[in-house]
Design a protein around this ligand. Structure first.
Ligand code: BES
Ligand code: MN
Ligand code: ZN
Length: 498
């Protein structure tokens, strides 16, 4: 997709579709009045008939005929101006792009001025438009071979009209940022949507290697032998039921001087979670190809951070395994010795995410990180607690959690904090090992985090349970069905706001 920034009066611009933003209760702006006049009162008529009141994501399509050079004019509702932020724009733009693609158009023009929000810089606005456009146009069609002509054609050109030439630079910068972030999100989505049969731990490692090479990131892969030599007992325990061997993917991006302590990002990389011997039910088991969404988010975030040249040192750690039942799989009751030396009684082999994360959290220590953030599709209980509208955040440092929550607001990837009081640790007490891997039914998301906390004692740490947000089953304005790529925009926002 090509973006062009141009100084031009919108109503004199020739395009297949001119998109104008409109705020609820503010339909008498000079531009909309001019439009109404040119169209002989059509807009006033439509609003009077209550066909359009600019509610968020509401659309009105007008055909100006010979009255204006644009073939179509699409009004997109932005809702009430009060309380609007970046994500309002992203969603509205996403809805507009969906509409435009459904009409099989391949080119469109946005009038930037009509989307302007009080308190939102031109750069932030352009970033939101870039993201909304790219992410709404995303689809996973790698495996479709038939009826391709029925799919909407890909958008080839999007123009952004500005009022004054001196706005061009900031607009282009914001667009470039939005697109760099979108590339990380789309990479994560592609990886999550990839089916389990092609997505082995080795495949993930190979993808990471390629992305790292493209973006100038250092990439080290530990294979099964190295993991054995170093003592990744918890991770290897999970991996042993699969014929496909595990990999530990380690990425290092340096955007500031060499000895500045890094921020470590850890992502759960279970390429398929059948549950192991504690086998999952058949219904929706297919969705468990998304159990590496945390790992995908970490790879996507490092990719975007490198494209943006963020001035920070980052380490990405992705334990990649497959959780399968087989004659060689771990059994309920088995005791594993983790990389930390702590022993773990495995009472349910389906609580595998925390096992591989335990070793990854221990491994992170050697980088002397100033902050560690892990992302994982860790518990079904997270969906019960929050539905699909927020990621759960827990950790051992309130300041870090506050910063992440703030980043969630503007990125549109919202977080909600759950408590992590010491009291919950009691549920993980084992008679025969240092800890057990399940804490019973009460507070499933919290006890999973309480398990991780044991392995994250030595640094500032936050855990994001993205089980609720990594997979979309209905489709939203800029999030198609399937992998959402959640975490990438949040992490980039967190890193940029620091
Ligand atoms: N990957 C799942 C969690 C999950 C469930 C993610 C649904 C996304 C959607 C995880 O490995 C798991 O199986 N967790 C168990 C833990 C339980 C055995 C303590 C769960 O949530 O049931
Ligand atoms: Mn599981
Ligand atoms: Zn899992």
């Amino acid at each position: 997709m090509e973006f062009i920034v141009k100084k031009a009066p919108p109503l004199q611009h020739k395009t297949a579709c001119l998109v104008l933003g409109a705020f609820e209760g503010k339909l008498k702006t000079p531009l909309l009045k001019e439009l109404d006049q040119a169209l002989g009162g059509t807009l006033a008529m439509a609003t009077k008939n209550q066909e359009f009141s600019a509610k968020h994501r509401e659309t009105l399509l007008l055909h100006p005929g010979k009255a204006l050079p644009a073939e179509r004019i699409l009004l997109i509702g932005l809702g009430k101006e009060k309380g609007a932020g970046q994500d309002r724009i992203r969603q509205a733009v996403g809805a507009a792009i969906g509409f435009i693609q459904a009409k099989k158009l391949t080119e469109a023009t946005f009038d930037l001025g009509s989307f302007a929000l009080k308190g939102l810089s031109l750069e932030a606005l352009s970033q939101a438009i870039g993201e909304g456009t790219e992410l709404a146009a995303y689809r996973f069609d790698r495996y479709l071979t038939e009826n391709l002509e029925d799919l909407p054609p890909q958008l080839s050109q999007v123009r952004l009209l500005i009022e004054k030439q001196n706005q061009a630079k900031e607009t282009e910068l914001g667009l470039a940022h939005g697109r760099a972030i979108s590339r990380g999100v789309m990479l994560a989505r592609d990886l999550v949507n990839e089916p389990g049969n092609t997505k082995s731990p080795e495949f993930l490692a190979e993808q990471a290697r390629q992305v790292a090479a493209e973006a100038g990131i250092k990439c080290t892969i530990l294979d099964q032998q190295e993991l054995q030599d170093q003592g990744f007992g918890a991770m290897l325990g999970v991996a042993q039921g699969s014929v496909r061997p595990p990999r530990l993917i380690v990425l290092e991006y340096s955007g500031e001087n060499g000895d500045a302590r890094p921020i470590a990002l850890i992502g759960k990389g279970v390429v398929f979670d059948a549950g192991g011997i504690s086998l999952k039910p058949a219904e929706k088991m297919d969705e468990m190809k998304m159990d590496m969404a945390g790992g995908a988010a970490v790879l996507g975030a490092l990719f975007s951070a490198a494209l943006l040249k963020l001035p920070v040192n980052l380490v990405g750690i992705i334990p990649a395994v497959e959780n399968m039942p087989s004659g060689s799989a771990i059994r309920p009751g088995d005791i594993l010795t983790s990389l930390s030396g702590r022993t773990i009684e495995v009472l349910n082999t389906d609580a595998e995410g925390r096992l591989i994360l335990a070793d990854a959290l221990t491994y992170a220590k050697r980088f002397e990180p100033r902050v560690v953030i892990d992302l994982a599709t860790l518990t079904g209980a997270c969906i019960i607690a929050l539905g699909h509208h927020a990621t759960a955040v827990l950790g051992n440092h309130d300041g870090l959690i506050r910063q992440l929550i703030k980043a969630g607001e503007s990125s549109g990837e919202r977080l909600w904090q759950l408590p992590l009081w010491d009291d919950y640790a009691a549920q993980l007490k084992s008679e025969v090992a240092d800890i057990k891997n399940i804490g019973g039914r009460p507070a499933g998301t919290i006890t999973a985090a309480a398990f991780l906390k044991k392995f994250a004692q030595d640094y500032t740490w936050a855990h994001l349970d993205i089980a609720s947000t990594a997979w979309e089953d209905k489709g939203r304005p800029y999030i198609a069905k399937g992998g959402t790529g959640v975490g990438v925009r949040l992490l980039i926002q967190y890193l940029r706001q620091r």
